[in-house]
Design a protein around this ligand. Structure first.
Ligand code: WTA
Length: 660
């Protein structure tokens, strides 16, 4: 395999951006001030993880102190064993107890914009304590107790955060399903988790129309009989059918309950939540996260990666949906533990216009902004006049997550959104890792467009071959984590063997992330994509991402997806799907130009064998390009397998019909 993963050609990137000199001053200080300090701390944290993570855990509230920081017997990690803790207490009650009850915890903005602007709700920590306690009592009254999995299938409304924290308060693990998933996905997940209670909304606003969440739940419940109770938040006032005895309105069940509900003293290793994520094949995996370690890790990464500081008028906004791990860790748990106002926006980035995000940033004086490369590429396509119309001068740190960011998108983010004064934190991590694993420290790490740079403190990532041997600089290999970390997954719900096979079988004694990567001579990590996104052209391994970045670096191309396709001579050829910016014509001359451009950027080996122009790329609802479908299109095969997450089926139909 080491041969396979050797990169023959490397997209070269020599732009390096030092942290802005006035960063610490604009942010009221910095937790990690220099690269030297980072290096020293990182070395210490790896040499003595117990001392490092133990000191972080001391900052949280524990009902009972832990006995041991970590017990590790690969693949099983136990963190802060013997400790008793509650996640909701650390996100909410702790701040009220410390006298910050009147500070904003959640700032929520709805999607519809009326004559007086959008609806805005601000919930302080004291409000959250009251609302969460009320809903926790309502759950208890419905018979929900410690250990019962509660499913949340909701829009981005404050009740979603309230429900998440209410579950944590009473020790009932939550399983949040993204509101864009189908009825069948609900069935699969409630059955796998044996979840008897579903919390939903009548509907959710998305680009001006109502997503019928309750109707989807109804449909799911005609297929499965696992679910006994449904609680419904009234949001859009769309028509819904309420089934007597099974369905209850949120406002009814919370009407006559007490305002106070004690936090359950949970064992550090009790399950906090389940979150389903798709694997390369088969049904979605229920990733199990537990309490103490997850809290410690999300607390520290939120603080250091974003340089969040109390009483500095920070307003933090992560644009992800709570249905994904990013929303769990970096809208709710990590951010709220730090006592920083977390902005939640209900709807689409282009409703009512393509400047909605920038309008929000301006009106709420957003200081920390966290989004995904796919969104950034959309903003690029819509044009920089939209952000230019708004005052973005309060921004301090820009984050990105979810997929490798093309250097061109990075530069646009840096220039147009960050006005060249905001460090970009490109955070590599996964549902399974629970929190950030590789990321710059904004005041310390020199950043390079397209690289997620260096491992977080206490994290031992490496690029290795299948024997666990570290690869030399600029040589691709498997991305692994060699030491346990506090927020690592504890298993796949109900499937021990799949847990071992997926994560702990590729390299002995190490967690295998499923990604390929390389490190450059400065030690920076470059994620090349999922292992199955690496293509072997004439015996040379190429990261699809590198070819994509090369294409996108040409003015004509807005977004590109590259997959392998069968090729008589080369074994695998390169197929590229591109969306074009406004004034470019999709003709043969442009194909020649782009092939030459890629050859110039990377080398002749990377020249696409086929370039197809398209209006849009097929994406999952979380914005990831559906490469499996594109591979099928490139190979001229019928697309096979699970398509339930395809955002827009018409994109695929269009790509196909163009072939005819
Ligand atoms: C990819 C999202 C490059 C990667 C938090 C990983 C990234 C998968 C980055 C996890 C990044 C995430 N640079 N690739 N900064 N962040 N990825 O579980 O392939 O939805 O394995 O978690 O996204 O996706 P997941």
């Amino acid at each position: 395999m080491s041969d396979d993963t050797t990169i023959q050609s490397v997209l070269s990137e020599d732009r390096v951006f030092d942290p802005p000199a006035d960063f610490a001053q604009r942010s009221g200080g910095a937790w990690i001030e220099s690269i030297e300090q980072y290096c020293e701390l990182h070395a210490q944290s790896i040499a003595d993880p117990e001392a490092f993570w133990g000191a972080v855990a001391e900052e949280l509230h524990w009902f009972k102190h832990w006995e041991k920081v970590v017990e590790w017997q690969c693949p099983d990690a136990r963190w802060f064993t013997g400790g008793k803790i509650n996640a909701c207490h650390n996100c909410v009650d702790r701040h009220v107890d410390n006298g910050f009850g009147d500070q904003p915890a959640i700032i929520w903005e709805g999607e519809p914009v009326g004559d007086e602007g959008p609806e805005i709700r601000t919930l302080t920590y004291a409000d959250m304590q009251r609302e969460v306690s009320r809903f926790a009592n309502a759950l208890k009254a419905q018979g929900v107790g410690r250990g019962d999995v509660v499913t949340l299938y909701m829009g981005m409304v404050p009740e979603l955060a309230i429900a998440v924290l209410a579950c944590a308060r009473i020790g009932a693990p939550h399983s949040v399903i993204f509101g864009g998933f189908s009825a069948q996905s609900i069935v699969d997940r409630v059955e796998d988790a044996s979840s008897k209670v579903v919390i939903t909304c009548d509907g959710a606003w998305r680009r001006g129309s109502v997503v019928p969440l309750k109707a989807n739940v109804d449909e799911a419940l005609t297929i499965t009989d696992v679910v006994e109770q449904v609680i419904v938040v009234k949001r859009c006032e769309n028509d819904v059918t309420m089934q007597e005895g099974r369905d209850h309105w949120w406002h009814d069940v919370t009407a006559s309950v007490e305002d106070e509900c004690p936090c359950e003293e949970m064992d550090s290793e009790d399950m906090l939540f389940l979150l389903y994520t798709s694997g390369s094949t088969g049904k979605p995996k229920g990733i199990v996260h537990t309490t103490g370690g997850y809290l410690v890790h999300t607390f520290l990464t939120s603080r250091y990666t974003f340089n969040l500081r109390h009483h500095q008028d920070h307003v933090y906004w992560c644009t992800a949906d709570v249905g994904w791990i990013t929303g769990h860790s970096y809208i709710i748990y990590g951010i709220m533990q730090n006592g920083i106002p977390s902005l939640m926006y209900e709807g689409a980035p282009n409703h009512p216009g393509p400047d909605r995000f920038w309008d929000i940033c301006q009106r709420h004086s957003v200081t920390h902004f966290y989004t995904a490369p796919t969104a950034i590429r959309a903003f690029m396509k819509w044009g920089e006049e939209h952000p230019r119309r708004h005052d973005l001068s309060k921004l301090q740190v820009l984050g990105t997550v979810g997929e490798p960011i093309n250097p061109e998108a990075w530069m646009w983010y840096h220039r147009v959104i960050g006005h060249e004064r905001c460090p970009i934190v490109d955070t590599w991590w996964q549902t399974e890792t629970g929190g950030h694993m590789i990321t710059p420290m904004p005041a310390a790490t020199p950043t390079v467009p397209g690289s997620c740079t260096l491992p977080f403190l206490g994290i031992d990532t490496a690029v290795v071959d299948e024997t666990g041997e570290e690869q030399p600089a600029d040589t691709g290999g498997m991305l692994v984590v060699r030491k346990p970390w506090p927020s690592m997954l504890r298993g796949i719900h109900g499937d021990r063997q799949r847990f071992i096979d997926t994560y702990f079988s590729a390299v002995d004694g190490m967690y295998f992330a499923g990604d390929s990567a390389r490190r450059d001579a400065s030690g920076n990590f470059w994620i090349m994509g999922r292992m199955d996104d690496v293509i072997n052209v004439s015996g040379h391994r190429l990261g699809t991402m590198e070819v994509e970045s090369a294409l996108v670096s040409h003015d004509a191309v807005v977004e590109a997806a590259v997959v392998g396709m069968p090729h008589e001579i080369k074994g695998t050829g390169i197929a590229a799907f591109c969306t074009l910016s406004g004034d470019w014509k999709p003709d043969d001359a442009l194909i020649d130009t782009l092939r030459a451009h890629v050859a110039a950027e990377i080398g002749a080996i990377a020249k696409p064998d086929m370039i197809r122009f398209t209006d849009a790329l097929p994406k999952t609802r979380s914005g990831k390009i559906m490469r499996r479908l594109l591979r099928d299109v490139a190979a001229g095969r019928e697309a096979a397998g699970d398509m339930t997450t395809l955002e827009d089926f018409s994109v695929l139909a269009k790509l196909r019909s163009d072939e005819d």
